[in-house]
Design a protein around this ligand. Structure first.
Ligand code: GLV
Ligand code: MG
Length: 308
């Protein structure tokens, strides 16, 4: 069984071709690390990077981090070798395969079949390796519900803003920031909401993609704050300097966490026999009911997962 609930506030991208960066990544406080065979890895470096990734996963030292490998998308000639070498070589020490530029549910299905074959051949537990699906173009977004449900292995739906902006001809070169000339709202709102709705409808995690201005931590916090406010579970980090920001932004604030716990305590007391079996009750000046309990459960669940 795949684990749909692992924490993914910070998802650190690491080029699979850099042993130095992989070694450093082990020591960093990111919830997830993904070793990249796609865009952060030059075409001629991919064969060696597969070997470096397999050895690094098998060496261990990753603590509680989710261990993910991003393979190349199905339109390239690299995908099957990426998946075969990585899953055959390190399937016992790997949590998920990330598939970029997913456009159709068949692409998820094909990956599921290939992983299943390898698991059976190698004697691994069948179905344990999850899939992370990156939505990076219009067709992927239009098909996002079918993509989310194409395999029980799917754990996350990820927004890939850089490729997405290029694919829809958005007139901007600064990933994550608003395109110049669009001054009537957030140009990403629909895309983020569409991905979030698919994730929530099908019980998957929603992950926001990269922010490329890696030295602008305030900018990172501002953009991450938007997707966190909507309900996203986490965001990519491209640089160690963004990790603390992601962990902070995607954890509840202490006041909100304490408030959520108070709501849960008050509501469970007042709806119990001893508290009078009431429906809506007062907590200070605030009226709380079953819907308040559900909202509080979200905040408290995120806080507990973050160790609050
Ligand atoms: C990530 O892969 C992106 O394209 O933003
Ligand atoms: Mg991309």
């Amino acid at each position: 069984m795949v684990d749909q609930q692992r924490p993914r506030r910070s998802c650190l991208a690491v080029p699979g071709s850099s042993q130095k960066m992989i070694d450093k990544a082990r020591t960093l406080p990111a919830d997830q690390v993904f070793l990249d065979l796609e865009d952060a890895c030059a075409p001629l470096a991919k064969p060696d990077a597969r070997k470096t990734i397999v050895a690094s996963l098998n060496e261990g030292g990753w603590g509680e981090k989710a261990r993910v490998v991003r393979v190349n998308d199905w339109t390239t000639e690299w995908t099957y070798r990426d998946v075969t070498e990585v899953v055959e070589g390190a399937g016992a020490n790997l949590d998920c395969i990330m598939l970029p530029k997913v456009q159709t549910p068949e692409q998820i299905h094909a990956l599921d079949l290939l992983i299943t074959q390898i698991e059976k051949t190698m004697g691994y537990e069948v179905g344990k390796i999850g899939i992370e699906a990156q939505i990076e173009n219009a067709l992927g977004l239009v098909n996002v519900d079918a993509i989310a449900t194409a395999s029980p292995r799917v754990e996350t739906i990820i927004f890939g803003p850089a490729d997405f902006m290029a694919s829809i001809n958005m007139k901007s070169l600064v990933v994550g920031e608003q395109p110049p000339g669009y001054d009537v709202g957030d140009a990403y709102h629909y895309i983020l909401m569409r991905i979030l709705m698919a994730a929530r409808a099908h019980d998957k995690q929603a992950i926001d993609g990269p922010y490329l201005q890696i030295r602008d931590v305030d900018g990172y916090k501002r953009v991450a704050g938007r997707s966190a406010a909507l309900g996203f579970d986490g965001k990519w980090v491209l640089h160690p300097g963004q990790i603390d920001a992601a962990n902070e932004v995607f954890s509840p604030k202490q006041d909100d966490y304490d408030h959520a716990e108070n709501i849960l305590d008050a509501y469970s007391y007042f709806t119990s026999e001893a508290g009078g079996r009431r429906g809506a009750v007062m907590l200070g000046d605030e009226m709380i009911d079953e819907a308040s309990r559900k909202m509080a459960l979200v905040i408290s669940g995120k806080g507990r997962a973050a160790g609050m």
